[in-house]
Design a protein around this ligand. Structure first.
Ligand SMILES: [Zn+2]
Length: 88
């Protein structure tokens, strides 16, 4: 008997939570946050499409840091002197 009461209380509160979901989303400005995040995401996507990845020729006279081991390599090296990771 008690178990039935507990189960029904849980079920009723679940329904209430579902009914109040929209209200909570509005009250806590969750909808606005999601919209804002989506617009930020879209803008970032546009930015990353616009920005081309730098070509190695542009860095001819600069040293480069190996992404794998962190070794600072001279510009003429096409592969890391430490771990042989290729320069990308
Ligand atoms: Zn390396």
């Amino acid at each position: 008997m008690e178990i039935l009461v507990i189960i029904s209380i849980i079920a009723v509160s679940g329904v209430i939570i579902l009914l109040l979901r929209e209200f909570n989303c509005w009250y806590l400005k969750i909808n606005e946050r999601i919209q804002l995040l989506k617009s930020i995401d879209a803008k970032l996507g546009q930015l990353s499409l616009e920005k081309e990845s730098p070509k190695p020729e542009q860095y001819k006279n600069h040293t480069w840091v190996c992404p794998k081991c962190g070794m600072i390599n001279p510009p003429e090296n096409l592969a890391c002197t430490k771990c042989k990771q290729k320069y990308t």
